[in-house]
Design a binder for this molecule. Structure first.
Ligand SMILES: Cc1ncc(COP(=O)(O)O)c(C=O)c1O
Length: 491
């Protein structure tokens, strides 16, 4: 029988709703598991029964509402203001605090929040021809993206290989007359350590420069962990000199994807974030964020999630997460040849291998083969390659299974031995410049690594080993080429 529907996105004849959903479910079967506490990156799962259904229903209520014009859709404005108020209050702002005039915006994610923090800082200084930002190398890559998009120069500050934090003196030394923003992380994504925010904010303030705290990852966990008794250093608006903070609700607030909050200490600091335009014949446009048309879905879903979980819900989830972190860290300590990059102080467990016989990239593949999905991080500037685990509340019931799985995967990785790449491939990685990469060379490298157009490989150790051997700029170029191979239209 001819299938007139075909498999493309735009069939000649429309496909019945139930079948379309079945098709999506069949595609989703190849994905990593978003729920169940076995995926330690990309997803944030509280493991709370009924929460997904609530968020989906709230999302559906507002999916067609447009944030383009807050006067046309006051429901969205009300929810956005409520969510921003909750984030501000959690992070040391609002009535009765030292930052009573905090304002904010909901963005699509951490990257957009960071781009806008950089834009606001840049546009507050139109006198500077070449604005610059100071960012510890442990700061999120989105700052580099912001610098690139906005033509702002990036002044990276190294981190201490033991503490994984920048030295405040190095931050101070990096500040120049053209610096418009200094960045601190609470915590850094890679290793989960909190920068010395108070000291960094002080040197920024002394220089008359804005200081952004990137709490995209930790802004919705550190306050609860502190309430539970953890020694969390001051990192929010309680710290003098902190001018803006970002916190992602689609991370530890457990809202569906598409929601972050960017807060500024006062409206004057936020003003240059906005873009308004009336010099055309269409509607007058004012956008607080990068997007113009914005779906109300993610904001409504975040609002519903926050209201449903409440402070007591987040405290309970933070306690579960804290205990899971401790259990996973113990599991790492129990395996010979593995060591923690840092003692966990937030919700990240990050480890490296101190033994050449235990190849971390092979270990990651062995864990994947056993249904545990971790995130490899390449060696960088004197820091060794490592494995990152973002820990969420849903991991708690899994912790007891993780230890044996890690030990077994480590034994399998030892038995398999380190990845051995063809010497000519390794030599290429060490010697090639990005400019020298030709389409033929790229095709050869991709074939050597078993990368096919249109599908991702099961085992990534060879790819990671090659990237690890390459200098940073070549890594970037290879990544662009590899992902370009995956992103091909299907007809
Ligand atoms: C500290 C930090 N900042 C920024 C981001 C970027 O967030 P997004 O992926 O939502 O753009 C992340 C993401 O993990 C992060 O951990």
């Amino acid at each position: 029988m001819t299938d007139t529907a075909g498999t493309g996105a735009l069939p000649v004849e429309g496909v019945p709703a139930a079948r379309v959903l079945d098709e999506i479910r069949a595609l989703r079967a190849a994905d990593r598991p978003t729920h169940g506490g076995r995926l330690f990156a990309y997803v944030y799962d509280p493991g709370v029964a009924g929460l997904d259904e609530l968020a989906q229903a709230a999302h559906a209520e507002s999916a067609h509402v447009n944030g383009l014009d807050p006067t046309a859709f006051p429901s969205l404005l009300a929810m956005e203001n409520a969510v921003v108020g909750a984030a501000a209050r959690l992070l040391g702002g609002g009535p009765g605090t030292s930052a009573p005039d905090v304002v904010g915006s909901v963005t699509s994610g951490g990257t957009e929040s960071l781009i806008l923090a950089v834009k606001a800082a840049r546009d507050a200084r139109p006198d500077l021809a070449e604005p610059r930002i100071v960012v510890p190398v442990s700061g999120h890559a989105a700052f580099a993206k912001a610098a690139h998009y906005l033509r702002v120069a990036l002044d990276p500050v190294p981190v201490d290989p033991l503490t994984l934090r920048p030295a405040v003196a190095d931050v101070a030394a990096a500040i120049r007359p053209e610096t418009v923003l200094v960045v601190a992380s609470a915590p850094s994504y890679a290793h989960g350590v909190v920068d010395p925010v108070a000291e960094i904010a002080a040197v920024a303030a002394a220089a008359g420069v804005r200081c952004h705290v990137d709490a995209c990852f930790g802004g919705w966990t550190l306050p609860w962990l502190r309430r539970l008794g953890a020694p969390v250093p001051a990192f929010d608006f309680a710290v003098p000199g902190v001018t803006s903070i970002s916190v992602d609700l689609h991370k530890y607030a457990y809202a569906p994807k598409g929601v972050s909050v960017l807060l500024h200490r006062d409206p004057g600091l936020r003003a240059p974030q906005f873009f308004a335009y009336a010099d055309w014949p269409g509607y007058t446009m004012v956008n607080p964020v990068i997007a113009s048309t914005r779906s109300g879905g993610p904001i409504a879903a975040a609002y519903a999630t926050l209201r449903h979980l409440g402070e007591d819900g987040y405290l309970r989830l933070a306690a579960l997460t804290r205990d899971a972190v401790a259990g996973l860290a113990d599991a790492v300590r129990a395996v010979d040849g593995l060591r923690l990059m840092a003692e966990p102080e937030s919700t990240v467990v990050c480890f490296t291998a101190g033994d050449p016989g235990l190849d971390l990239f092979v270990l990651v593949d062995e864990l994947t083969a056993r249904g545990w999905h971790t995130q490899p991080q390449l060696a960088y500037a004197g820091l060794p390659a490592s494995v990152h685990l973002t820990v969420t509340a849903a991991v708690a019931p899994r912790v007891a299974e993780f230890g044996p799985a890690l030990a077994e995967a480590a034994a399998a990785a030892r038995a398999a031995g380190p990845v051995v790449l063809p010497p000519e491939l390794l030599a290429l990685a060490g010697s090639l410049t990005p400019e020298a990469l030709t389409p033929d060379l790229i095709a050869g490298i991709a074939a050597g690594l078993g990368l096919d157009a249109g599908s991702a490989p099961d085992r990534m150790a060879a790819v990671n080993t090659l990237l690890d051997a390459a200098p940073v700029r070549l890594r970037e170029r290879l990544l662009v080429e590899f992902v370009g191979l995956l992103q091909r239209p299907t007809w």
